[in-house]
Design a protein around this ligand. Structure first.
Ligand code: ADP
Length: 580
């Protein structure tokens, strides 16, 4: 029945474990998808914010055609200074250049000196070579049909077109490149003559407008600007689960990556998400693909690692709970089986004690009947009857004593009063108290008591009871060998002196399987029960209780068929050797 129950419980726990494992797996997959989607959304948001701030900064470096024609830079410088004073990210722009065609068709460069509030001539830096070539005024021949057909010019034409609206970002500098002069937005006129007029005006503006080259501070972008936006967007409940990295890809990398993937999607050279740092219109085209990428990675190493980590944690917790459940079930089963065994033992004990009482009572009954009926008149016979009755009463009294002692010890009520006890005396009294030793002459008792043995520190009655129990067992289980050896000596251990008392017999011995149990209450050797040797299984458990309550130990060694030897070790009355 119990085994069936255990089987069912184990099967149920196994089933739960499997289900748990499976479902946690499914939860992980869903979790992975949610995290991925959130990451993408946040990444897009971050990209938009970066773009917005850069756009905003760039939009300050613009002026109307009329102002430009007045040739006054005041408004431009004013606008730029105002932006710098009000923006959260004033470090975004490192320097502002203007490229302008002068009268003789030269493409000259000027740099804005903010503190002096004016524009100074500047040499073309090497990094601007591409811009200088691409936007030299003579090439801005947007409207020329013949040139437009030339294949070589096509790229530049497209560049100019894109530049009109938003400008673009030359990522290798990096710098925002745009026309300084704003173009008026208007509806495409219906009238062809008007359309032509507008077109001509636009071309004129393009040809005249200086080129604004707004150099962005890459270090500031990487160390301050993007990390700040990133932190604001990715911090949830005060914790930041992602790390930020920047990658610059060369055109060659891009090509090989595309070939390897076989697709055109520009993403993830590494990490959980890679977004383009400068996503503005036209930038990809001008730079031959995105250059700077912001790579976002989960702190656990990757999203997969984070999900695996969370799954591992969940698995540990749920399996921990299941194991705890299993352990509790096992403990409950063990305890209930132990309780069952104890209950059975107690019933056996009651039956055993009653049986034990029956024999001496029957003896007393028979002898006293004979005496009462006057059947025994001979003085010697009357004396013998007296001895028989006395022994039976002693046995009964001994048993009652044991049961009471056990009940007291079980309730934890026994109070001992240790005092120095002379061992020699105690042993003699215990031997004298045993009726078998007294009546049977063929017993050989060997005593080996060390001379000048210090007294033992113990409660005299309790120690006497313990020694008597062991001697009684030696007599009870003597088999054919009527021999008892009693040894007592002092031994110094760990700065304290102890007295060892060994009581040995050459009796039936104890089977190895019984040895670990003989000190348990109610335990009786199987062979002893089968042979109907009287007893209740309490003796040795009481001895152990007494010895341990005195700070002592009890040990047994036995060889089946050869005999047993019990050794008690108790503290000596003079205690600490150092003090002695
Ligand atoms: P009881 O003697 O009443 O059975 P005890 O607690 O005194 O109970 O002993 C427990 C068991 O230990 C005995 O039933 C017996 O099997 C075994 N035992 C104890 N002492 C001896 C001994 N000297 N020789 C052989 N077996 C012994």
């Amino acid at each position: 029945m119990t085994l069936l129950l255990i089987g069912v419980l184990v099967a149920l726990l196994g089933l739960l474990a499997v289900l748990q494992y499976k479902w946690l797996g499914q939860i992980s997959v869903a979790e992975r998808q949610t995290m991925q989607t959130n990451l993408r959304t946040q990444g897009r948001g971050l990209q938009e914010e970066i773009n917005k701030e850069i756009e905003l900064a760039g939009s300050r470096v613009r002026m109307s055609l009329s102002d430009y024609r007045k040739d006054s830079w005041g408004e431009l410088i004013e606008r730029y200074s105002r932006w710098k004073a009000n923006t959260t990210y004033p470090g975004l722009i490192k320097s502002v250049y203007l490229g302008r065609a002068d009268g003789d068709g030269q493409f000259n460069l000027m740099i804005l000196d903010e503190s002096a509030k004016r524009l100074e001539p500047s040499a073309w830096p090497d990094s601007f070579a591409d811009i200088r070539r691409r936007f030299a005024p003579k090439r801005r021949s947007y409207g020329s049909a013949t040139e437009r057909q030339e294949r070589k010019e096509r790229e530049e034409v497209r560049s100019i077109g894109s530049l009109i609206e938003h400008g673009y970002i030359a990522e290798d500098i990096p710098a925002m490149v745009r026309f300084l002069v704003e173009f008026a937005r208007m509806e495409e006129p219906k009238n062809p003559a008007e359309r032509e007029r507008q077109k001509a005006e636009t071309i004129e503006t393009i040809e005249q407008s200086p080129l604004a080259i707004i150099v962005l501070d890459l270090d500031y972008l990487r160390q301050v600007f993007i990390p700040a936006l990133f932190k604001r967007r990715f911090t949830i409940d005060g914790s930041l689960d992602y790390d930020l990295a920047f990658v610059y890809r060369k055109a060659a990398d891009e090509k090989s990556e595309k070939a390897a993937r076989g697709s055109d999607e520009a993403h993830s050279p590494s990490g959980d998400l890679a977004i383009n740092m400068f996503p503005g219109t036209g930038s990809a085209e001008f730079n031959h693909g995105p250059r700077w990428q912001v790579v976002i990675n989960h702190r656990a190493g990757s999203l997969d690692a984070a999900v695996a980590q969370a799954r591992g944690r969940n698995l540990v917790v749920s399996f921990g709970i299941l194991s705890l459940l299993a352990l509790s079930t096992i403990i409950i089963i063990i305890i209930s089986r132990r309780a069952q065994r104890l209950a059975r033992k107690q019933i056996d004990f009651v039956a055993g004690v009653s049986h034990e009482f029956r024999t001496p009572l029957a003896v007393i009954h028979a002898v006293s009947e004979n005496l009462a009926d006057g059947l025994i008149t001979d003085k010697q016979q009357i004396e013998q009857c007296g001895v028989v009755i006395r022994n039976a009463v002693r046995r009964l009294a001994g048993m009652v004593e044991q049961v009471l002692e056990f009940a007291g010890a079980s309730r934890g009520k026994t109070l001992y009063q240790p005092q120095p006890v002379d061992l020699g005396d105690l042993i003699e009294k215990a031997l004298a108290g045993n009726p078998s030793l007294e009546s049977q002459q063929d017993w050989k008792i060997e005593r080996e008591i060390e001379p000048n043995l210090p007294p033992v520190l113990a409660d005299p009655a309790a120690l006497a009871s313990a020694v008597r129990n062991i001697i009684d067992n030696a007599v009870k289980y003597c088999g054919a060998g009527h021999w008892i050896g009693i040894k007592a000596n002092a031994r110094a251990t760990n700065h304290t002196q102890r007295i060892e008392i060994t009581i040995a017999d050459r009796g039936i011995g104890i089977p190895e399987s019984d040895l670990p149990h003989i000190f348990e209450p109610f335990y009786r050797g199987r062979e002893v029960v089968a042979a109907q040797v009287h007893g209740n299984g309490l003796g040795l458990s009481l001895v152990k209780n007494i010895v341990e309550a005195h700070g002592g130990t009890i040990a047994v060694s036995s060889v089946l068929g050869e005999g047993s030897s019990f050794t008690l070790s108790l503290p000596a009355a003079n205690g600490n050797l150092n003090k002695a």
